[in-house]
Design a binder for this molecule. Structure first.
Ligand SMILES: Cc1cc2nc3c(=O)[nH]c(=O)nc-3n(C[C@H](O)[C@H](O)[C@H](O)COP(=O)(O)OP(=O)(O)OC[C@H]3O[C@@H](n4cnc5c(N)ncnc54)[C@H](O)[C@@H]3O)c2cc1C
Length: 307
């Protein structure tokens, strides 16, 4: 039986693994891959110590660091279910069953995609799912934000610091973000809101140049000239396997105690983007990964279960 099983090999899981190994916990880390969301980031410019680095390269460095420690790593394995039976966690994957005294869930999330032509093709070349990560890409330029919920409206306001013009494009008849944000948007002359608009295509040459959308009422096809497109229509946390061992918030994220990363189930912790943390960044995921492993160590000590 393991002291700890970590589910997920993104920044949160890898950092949790490093901290657990340094505390000499007998740890298994299971992950479908070591790419995570960070691996899909074209360029990362806000991780301390690296002025600019490709997301995949950063993930390789993280993994190499983890492999310096004594920790069992099962890559290309997917966790399907976790259960707690007689105070022991049972983890079922697509290959095996394992047991552990504690669990840290760091399975992250996946941004919702528009599924339109040009979206995949221009990812990292004008298309982004993260304003905080890629706002400098549109400095002094024109950007579009797809999605008029809170995240989309906040993204639009954030972009006013960088862009000369921002379009917020919403599929519904009106934007759905908080009224206070709607007021701020109305009062900002850099932002135009286009509602009842169904984005059909993102076009360009080597970089994004245009968005093509259909007006819901007239069915007319329109186009906007833009330099960047931020798709802010939500994200889906990967939590299905945890069942009722965890409580979720309205966004489907695992509710945790922000001081310890503890969930509603004793011995089960969660960290990184899968948890109801405010900020979804590499550096915060790493910080919470570290915190969760230290909490596991304290938990095992307090229960006299430590190795
Ligand atoms: C396109 C893009 C660009 C970004 N750019 C930046 C940036 O420039 N700077 C920044 O700070 N942040 C950026 N972010 C955000 C950042 O990538 C995330 O905040 C960070 O990766 C979260 O780390 P995590 O470990 O919580 O989850 P993730 O990175 O999502 O990793 C989760 C891991 O768990 C694995 N997993 C999921 N389910 C299971 C399962 N059932 N069984 C086994 N394994 C499983 C996944 O395969 C994955 O390896 C970006 C995000 C995106 C999408």
């Amino acid at each position: 039986m393991y002291d700890l099983i970590i589910i997920g090999g993104g920044p949160a899981g890898i950092t949790a693994g490093i901290y657990a190994a340094r505390k000499k916990l007998n740890t298994l880390l299971i992950s479908k891959d070591f790419v995570g969301q960070t691996g899909t980031a074209f360029g990362v410019e806000n991780y301390t110590g690296f002025e600019e680095i490709r997301g995949l390269e950063l993930m390789k460095k993280f993994k190499n660091h983890l492999e310096k420690f004594e920790i069992k790593i099962n890559e290309f394995e997917e966790v399907k279910e976790i259960k707690k039976i007689n105070n022991i966690f049972e983890v079922k994957t697509d290959e095996e069953k394992y047991s552990a005294k504690t669990i840290i869930v760091t399975s992250g999330r996946n941004p919702k995609t528009l599924e339109v032509s040009g979206e995949k093709e221009f990812l990292g070349r004008g298309v982004s799912y993260c304003v905080t990560c890629d706002e400098t890409m549109v400095e002094g330029k024109i950007a579009a934000v797809i999605g008029g919920g809170n995240v989309g409206l906040e993204a639009g306001l954030e972009l006013t610091k960088f862009c000369k013009k921002i379009y917020i494009i919403e599929y519904a008849l009106k934007v759905t973000g908080d009224e206070i944000l709607q007021k701020e948007i109305e009062n900002d002359n850099k932002i135009s809101v286009i509602t009842d608009a169904d984005v059909k295509k993102i076009k360009g040459d080597s970089f994004v140049e245009k968005i093509i959308y259909e007006d819901g009422k007239s069915k007319k096809i329109n186009q906007l000239t833009v330099d960047g497109v931020f798709i802010e229509i939500g994200a889906i946390p990967s939590v299905g396997f945890a069942g009722d061992l965890v409580e979720l918030n309205d966004n489907g994220e695992i509710k945790i105690n922000p001081r310890t990363c503890a969930t509603k189930t004793d011995g089960l912790f969660a960290a990184g983007d899968v948890a109801d943390t405010r900020d979804k960044q590499i550096i915060t995921a790493c910080g919470e990964g570290a915190k969760s492993a230290l909490s596991v160590y304290e938990y095992l000590k307090s229960k006299k279960l430590n190795p």
